[in-house]
Design a protein around this ligand. Structure first.
Ligand code: ADP
Ligand code: MG
Length: 579
């Protein structure tokens, strides 16, 4: 017991523990280094990395640099030049202030700091490996700072296991650097992977041009300039997506507060609210929003690895944003009445007749059917002409469009058209996946898809899965893909939006898509949720066929999300009710 006495942690161990919070992945290291460069007043920043940052990351700036003794001190825990007193915490204008990043990073990698203030004749180089200073010597260089981080997490191998593939880690780095570059239009950025230039943006261009340099042509073409709007203590400007342009996630809803790329529920909500009638429900607009306000009105003293920001007066910020964005959207719509908002994106073509699973043994029990005693199995039927299943139902009426009332041989049933249609569609799509039948339709004119790095990495990682599902594609330039074939159930007109959504969904739920069964299930659910034809768009003449198709599925009682597809009363039930 006596060897369990309380002791102060060895500084290296303390730093490695802090590193667990500050740097969870390579992109987090780049974030800390970039923020330091921007805090140091850099006008040019170059970021290099290789193997997703696991092997090497370098951030180089032309900022104010550090004198040799400052450089050594910067590697001490809680050494910062940015705040002195607790009271300063209320008006932080810089990114850093904890003085934790450099010592943390240096404790879990091979870390080389080279730095020189403009006033000094020479620079200094300090090499630290796993928290131990290896050498410190003079170093000839231009004014500024260059930090090299090699072999991240080698001193703490347990952490290595948590890193994702090189491609996924690289995608996080690219996304991060893009965010910071767009948030600092005045600073020149260069990003390279293995010496290959990913983007370069000199930092003098107008915002739209800047976004084109950093995010690509396709995104830039969907944006309009938002002029500055002001209120006492607040100012907003940026770029707004055209009405009708939408995304499945908040990925392309970029929000910058006082030069800091942030996540803000309030801002995302305000934007989504403003576009509310212009984009489909559940989707997000595309926008780059720059909000400036008194630092005292923003709370940044949150978790170091998180980007979530809070405002002292959320309602005021929200109101201001909604008003400003609506003003732009209104004038856009007024100027271009032709631009009608797009309807709900829609995916699967009409109603696909389901295929009975081969060798299906237990025929689903059909409510109100005259007892399943005659096993004429429909298993030999071809998919084009499913064997008629004699349900013996008769359509009586349609209830408020979305339901239908049937007389059954033994009572009355009410079918929920949406839920039933989704079940039928879902199993039809799933059957195509699992049976491995030819599922592709070649495209006469291949489609071109430009992807964000993260979805692009997913596309590569899940190549075989998507091929098995009927997609055929090849990369022809970084993040550019040519799509030559689609699954038969996917309408080519909807393919790009569907793929974008699918890939962002896959990136969000990395684990689920590792196993084909789960992946197919998720794919089918997504396809069904976005189906072009909703159940309630079926004509009366199609309703009986829908009911029959429903009872050929494996689980006729519920839709893929678990909602009931029908309710039923037997004649006996009804008799009792009439007493
Ligand atoms: P923080 O940013 O919270 O102050 P860091 O550990 O990130 O803590 O950095 C420690 C100190 O090192 C900073 O306060 C700053 O004085 C100095 N520093 C770090 N990076 C640079 C840089 N690129 N240029 C100039 N000074 C830097
Ligand atoms: Mg810092």
């Amino acid at each position: 017991m006596s060897d369990q006495a309380i002791r102060v942690l060895d500084p290296t161990v303390a730093n490695q523990i802090a590193a667990g919070e500050v740097v969870e992945r390579p992109a987090a290291v780049i974030k800390e280094l970039l923020e330091n460069s921007l805090d140091a007043g850099a006008t040019r920043v170059t970021v290099d990395f290789s193997r997703g940052g696991k092997a090497l990351m370098i951030v180089e700036d032309d900022g104010k640099g550090m004198a040799p003794d400052e450089a050594l001190l910067s590697l001490e825990r809680h050494a910062t030049s940015k705040i002195r007193l607790a009271a300063d915490l209320d008006r932080i204008a810089t990114f850093g202030f904890r003085g934790e990043a450099l010592p943390s990073i240096a404790s879990v990698a091979r870390f080389t700091l080279q730095t020189r203030p403009a006033a000094a004749a020479n620079g200094v180089e300090i090499l630290v490996n796993g928290g131990k200073v290896i050498h410190r010597r003079d170093h000839g260089m231009a004014p500024g700072t260059r930090i090299e981080v090699a072999n991240l997490f080698h001193p703490v191998p347990a952490r290595l296991k948590f890193l994702k593939s090189d491609e996924t880690e690289a995608a996080h780095i690219v996304r991060l650097v893009r965010l910071y570059a767009v948030a600092h239009p005045g600073v020149g950025f260069l990003l390279r992977e293995d010496g290959r230039e990913l983007f370069r943006s000199p930092g003098k261009a107008p915002l739209l041009e800047r976004v084109r340099e950093i995010w690509g042509k396709q995104v830039a073409a969907e944006l309009t300039l938002m002029p500055a709007f002001e209120r006492p203590g607040m100012k907003v400007s940026g770029l707004l997506g055209h009405p009708g342009v939408s995304r499945a996630t908040r990925q392309d809803l970029v929000t910058v507060v006082n030069g800091r790329p942030v996540d803000s529920r309030t801002m995302a909500f305000a934007l989504t609210e403003s576009y509310h009638t212009l984009i489909p429900k559940g989707r997000y607009p595309l926008a780059f929003i720059f909000l400036e306000l008194d630092p005292a009105w923003v709370d940044v003293n949150v978790h170091p690895a998180k980007r979530e920001v809070r405002f002292r007066d959320e309602a005021r910020v929200r109101g201001f944003l909604i008003e400003s964005v609506l003003a732009v959207l209104r004038s856009q719509l007024a100027a271009d009445p032709e631009r009608t908002p797009l309807a709900m994106p829609s995916f699967a073509p009409a109603f696909v007749p389901p295929v009975p699973a081969p060798g299906e043994s237990s025929a689903p029990t059909v409510p109100g059917s005259p007892a399943p005693s005659s096993p004429e199995t429909p298993a030999s039927a071809s998919p084009e002409a499913p064997a008629p299943l004699r349900l013996g139902w008769r359509l009586l009426a349609r209830l408020r469009e979305e339901r239908a009332v049937f007389e059954t041989p033994t009572g009355v049933a009410i079918l929920d058209l949406g839920a039933a249609h989704q079940r039928v569609l879902y199993e039809a799509i799933l059957a195509r996946f699992t049976e491995g039948r030819p599922v592709s339709q070649p495209l006469l004119v291949p489609l071109t898809l430009e992807l964000e790095p993260l979805p692009a990495a997913v596309l590569k990682e899940r190549h075989s899965l998507l091929t098995a599902a009927g997609f055929e594609f090849e990369e022809y330039g970084r993040n550019f893909w040519r799509i030559a074939a689609l699954p038969v159930w996917l309408d080519p007109a909807d393919a790009l939006v569907f793929l974008r959504d699918l890939l962002t969904e896959m990136a969000r739920r990395e684990g689920d898509f590792g196993r084909p069964a789960l992946a197919y299930d998720a794919l089918a659910k997504l396809a069904v949720a976005r189906a072009r034809r909703k159940g309630d768009a079926l004509a009366d003449g199609e309703l009986l066929a829908l009911a029959e198709a429903l009872f050929r599925t494996a689980q006729p009682a519920t839709c893929p999300k678990g909602r009931r597809t029908f309710v039923e009363w037997s004649d006996a039930d009804l008799g009792r009710r009439f007493g």
